[in-house]
Design a protein around this ligand. Structure first.
Ligand code: UDP
Ligand code: MG
Length: 316
């Protein structure tokens, strides 16, 4: 069998070589597996590309793709998946948070017939606030969207060719991988491992980015927020109608009276706010449609391990 290991790298010069040694060591336990390691340099500003060139020069199983700028991890993963040729593909981070020693176990499970082997980490060593935020994120998302997300199950997983082709068949521009991987289904198994802290450099996740990511997750899997807007609107309209009936009845009984300034201001401002919010939700979806209709490529390739580099942009 042929195994591809896909590694997106963004400013990981301090980690790639060590990662490569560990991956090679772990896969040496599996002499009957033909291995390729596909590194994707996601427009790093440090010496990552140089390190990848060196690795490729010294090891024929190394392939690399360098993107023309930083396109983000989702795009880098996609680039790797598209270039991978294996019967099974493992996606892992470059920062050694995804321990390569799990590889033999994952391959063994693949051989037992699983199409997705998810390596799930515990939250050991996470800061309390981050843990709390993640927990609530998963609770809200799983209640809200159609796919099931597992806390601690990130992008570290093995996909069979069947699963990889299923993921690649989804051309959407807004890629929320956690959701996509869960959406495709297939025979899935989870292996647990202990959380590793980052080897070098810094995580790209700031609190703001995490918040946006959570928002993306909520909006990208169905149109339930729009449905909620309709129900909310309906509810408020009913309240307004009820109130109107009461005001009319009151006027008939007691004659016309003008006070109620506060009520008017409160309802004007309140309704204005709600309308803006709903417009915002609609705007989010329209924005997504806008991006999808442009059909831009997810990434552009600057260089690959083939001498001279591949120049043609991939339209994917
Ligand atoms: N990464 C990438 N492009 C980016 C940001 C990150 O390819 O724009 C890679 C990064 O090099 C690493 C992986 O994605 O291999 C995970 O990134 P990070 O460790 O920053 O995220 P975290 O582990 O905190 O989720
Ligand atoms: Mg990391």
């Amino acid at each position: 069998m042929r195994l591809s290991v896909v590694v997106p790298c963004f400013n990981e010069e301090a980690s790639v070589e060590r990662l490569h040694r560990r991956v090679t060591a772990a896969l040496a336990e599996l002499p009957d597996v033909d291995v390729e390691v596909v590194y994707v340099d996601d427009g790093s500003a440090d010496g990552t590309l140089a390190a990848l060139r060196r690795l490729a020069a010294g090891d024929p199983s190394v392939r690399y793709t360098s993107l023309s700028r930083n396109f983000g991890k989702e795009a880098a993963m996609l680039a790797g998946l598209e270039r991978a040729t294996g019967d099974a593909v493992v996606i892992m981070d470059a920062d050694l948070q995804h321990p390569p020693r799990l590889l033999p176990e994952m391959v063994a499970l693949y051989r037992q017939g699983f199409d997705q082997v998810i390596a799930r980490r515990d939250r050991h060593g996470d800061r309390f606030l981050r843990m709390l935020a993640s927990r609530s994120f998963y609770r809200v998302v799983n209640w809200w969207i159609d796919v099931r997300l597992l806390d601690g199950a990130g992008d570290f997983r093995l996909l069979s060719r069947l699963a990889v082709d299923a993921v690649l068949a989804m051309p959407e521009y807004n890629r929320f991988s956690k959701g996509l991987f869960s959406w495709i289904g297939f025979r899935t198994v989870v292996v647990a491992h202990r959380n590793e802290t980052r080897h070098a450099g810094r995580s790209r996740w700031t609190f703001g980015k995490l918040f946006n990511y959570a928002f993306d997750g909520l909006l990208s899997f169905n149109n339930r927020p729009l449905r909620l807007a309709i129900y909310g609107g309906l509810f408020l309209t009913l309240i307004a109608l009820g109130y109107m009936a009461w005001v009319v009845a009151d006027a008939v009984e007691k004659g016309i009276d003008v006070p109620g300034y506060t009520t008017i201001i409160v309802s004007v401002i309140g309704l204005g706010g709600i309308q803006m919010m709903i417009l915002g939700v609609i705007g989010e979806y329209i924005g997504r449609i806008y991006y999808e209709t442009k059909r831009r490529p997810h990434y552009l390739i600057q260089e690959t391990e083939k001498a001279g580099g591949e120049r043609a942009p991939t339209l994917s």
